[in-house]
Design a protein around this ligand. Structure first.
Ligand code: DC
Length: 221
């Protein structure tokens, strides 16, 4: 049977990963957080001390192994789920993910995962680039203050303390870079359902997505 695909895109802090995880649990699909993959590569490049501006310095990508165990990302056999959320990684990941080579290698890995598993995949270019034939496509947005507040709370849970105003500025900078880069920028697929989550809680968004999937495919649940 062909595998089922749900694509969830949107800007930083729109709640994509949290929502994608909950939807994947509901459906018993595999959740693939593609932002975590770009973050992991950024972390590795920083640890290797390579020039992040130099695309050719990313030749270590082919030897980099990713595994998901219970939703936790392992790179080269090590749990990197905490380290990839650091401020340094957040501030460098847009640059790293703008390199064509990095995108090509990671998109291939993402497409392979989607061939082997039913997936809920979240990112910036999933609906129009990685999985253009996805069964369902959603694009989550929210105003920037709401998104900064969400990141602030998420960081606090992980013991990271960055002032709210700094976070807001960092999100604006990252969105701007991600939306205007040359290779597969952040944008909604033409056939994506856009959901503004500014005044919704997580449960509301999950219910909205669940309702859409049910409406169009009653066998799904
Ligand atoms: O979702 P996130 O904030 O963890 O993503 C981190 C960065 O990775 C984001 O700023 C842009 C990049 N990214 C991308 O270019 N393409 C994707 N499919 C997912 C993330």
């Amino acid at each position: 049977m062909p595998k089922r695909q749900i694509a969830i895109d949107g800007p930083a802090g729109a709640g994509k990963s949290t929502i994608a995880k909950l939807v994947s649990d509901l459906l018993d699909y595999t959740h693939i957080d593609t932002g975590a993959m770009y973050r992991a590569i950024t972390l590795k490049a920083m640890r290797l001390n390579v020039d992040l501006d130099d695309e050719d310095a990313f030749d270590f990508l082919d030897q980099t192994k990713f595994d998901y165990k219970n939703g936790v990302l392992f790179m080269d056999g090590k749990d990197v789920s905490k380290d990839i959320r650091s401020r340094e990684v957040s501030n460098n990941v847009s640059l790293v993910s703008s390199h064509a080579l990095v995108r090509r290698v990671l998109v291939e890995r993402q497409q392979k995962l989607a061939r082997d598993h039913d997936v809920v995949m979240d990112g910036r270019d999933i609906g129009y680039n990685v999985l253009p034939k996805a069964n369902y496509k959603f694009f989550l947005t929210a105003d920037v203050t709401t998104r900064a507040k969400r990141r602030f709370l998420e960081n606090a849970k992980n013991g990271i303390h960055i002032p709210l105003d700094d976070l807001k500025q960092e999100i604006i900078t990252r969105d701007d870079f991600d939306s205007n880069r040359k290779h597969s920028p952040l944008k909604a697929a033409e056939d994506a359902i856009v959901i503004d989550t500014s005044d919704m809680d997580i449960e509301d968004v999950v219910k909205t997505i669940e309702a859409k999937v049910r409406e169009e495919d009653t066998d799904e649940f």
